[in-house]
Design a protein around this ligand. Structure first.
Ligand code: IPM
Ligand code: MG
Length: 356
């Protein structure tokens, strides 16, 4: 198994180092090679996605990514900015299905800003489309109108096949999550009352649902979904939505679980090749201070084992090790509460390895 390791910027290198520690401790037959991306790619090769990095990622079975971005690159031309490297690698590798689970660990119920009874037992899977929508739609750009005024344009667009393939991923995941004969639920999030793109989205989801009689499909407008996630998050099982709504809702959902530092993600192509990264960003303000939470990245490794390598046993071993480290009281600053043991990024990685 070949894994391309792309630490990126900010806290990326320190959290990825912990995930690599955990992978190594599993003693699997894995070959890991590191390459720069984002600001690090720009520094190394003048490109947020250097050719060599893209090639390495294409040749690998899976990619482990830290995070990209730093304020110091905000003044670069748009195509040289770190985020562009991330968007390009998603597109180049055809990683259209982004899975972002929001799972509450019982030990962290007190770390959530919501009441424990609202979030306890929470287990949501957000399925976000990742290579289409307003993120990639043409035309786009900033231009100057005849009257001298500037105008910014982005285009929200989805074709049927793009909607159908992400819908399938959501329905299939819902089927797998079914416990003891309970009906699986998919909630499709759109803005069909205003946007034609998502009117089509809703139609295609309804057509597709005919093939999944065991799954109960519902629809929700994105504004209502944002509210319901805070009001009564446990009503959700699988949520499926487009790129930009998924970007926003997944950040929101992460806070239900106590910290965005806990949320892993998987971005998959049609053959389950995947890129695995924490849902959070590069947090340049705390970079290099050994205070970042590495658990989202470590849990991303578990997702890699599950989705790309089909190794459910080791995926669960990693997840159980994280649970055990939490049960033993280890906490990074973002999830620390009175009476628990505050540790740094590297020590949290060590705690997980010890629990393995
Ligand atoms: C995410 C991030 C990215 C996105 C940024 C860094 C381009 O917010 O992965 O959610 O918007 O997709
Ligand atoms: Mg985001």
């Amino acid at each position: 198994m070949k894994i391309a390791v792309l630490p990126g910027d900010g806290i990326g290198p320190e959290i990825v180092a912990q995930a690599v520690k955990v992978l190594t401790a599993l003693k699997l037959d894995i070959n890991m090679t590191e390459a720069p991306i984002g600001g690090a790619g720009y520094e190394a090769a003048g490109d947020p996605l250097p050719d060599a990095t893209l090639k390495l990622a294409k040749d690998a079975d899976a990619v482990l990514l830290g995070a990209v971005g730093d304020w110091k690159y905000d003044k670069l031309e748009r195509h040289l900015r770190p985020e562009r490297g991330l968007l390009r690698i998603r597109k180049e590798l055809n990683l259209f299905a982004n899975l972002r689970p929001a799972l509450l660990y019982p030990e962290l119920a007190a770390a959530s800003t919501l009441k424990p009874e609202v979030v306890s037992g929470l287990d949501i899977m957000i399925v976000r489309e990742l290579t289409g929508d307003i993120y990639f739609g043409q035309p786009r750009g900033i231009s100057t109108l005849e009257n001298g005024e500037r105008e910014g344009i982005n285009t929200m667009r989805y074709n049927e096949s793009e909607i159908r393939r992400i819908g399938r991923v959501a329905f299939d995941i819902a089927m797998k999550r079914r416990v003891n004969g309970q009906k699986a639920k998919v909630c499709s999030v759109d803005k069909a009352n205003v946007l034609e793109t998502t009117e089509l989205w809703r139609q295609v989801m309804i057509e597709l649902s005919a093939e999944y009689p065991e799954v109960e499909l519902s629809h929700m407008y994105v504004d209502n979904a944002a509210m319901q996630l805070i009001r009564a998050p446990k009503q959700f099982d699988v949520m499926v939505t487009g790129n930009i709504f998924g970007d926003i809702l997944s950040d929101e959902a992460s806070m239900l679980t106590g910290s965005i530092g806990m949320l892993p993600s998987a971005s998959l192509d049609a053959n389950n090749k995947g890129m695995y990264e924490p849902s959070h960003g590069s947090a340049p303000d705390i970079a290099g201070k050994d205070v970042a939470n590495p658990l989202a990245t470590i849990l991303s490794v578990a997702m890699m084992l599950r989705y790309t390598f089909g190794d459910e046993a080791n995926a669960q071993r990693v997840e159980n090790a994280v649970k055990k480290a939490l049960a033993l009281g280890f906490r990074t600053a973002d999830i620390w509460t009175e009476g628990t043991n505050k540790v740094g990024c590297a020590a949290m990685g060590d705690a997980v390895v010890a629990a393995l």
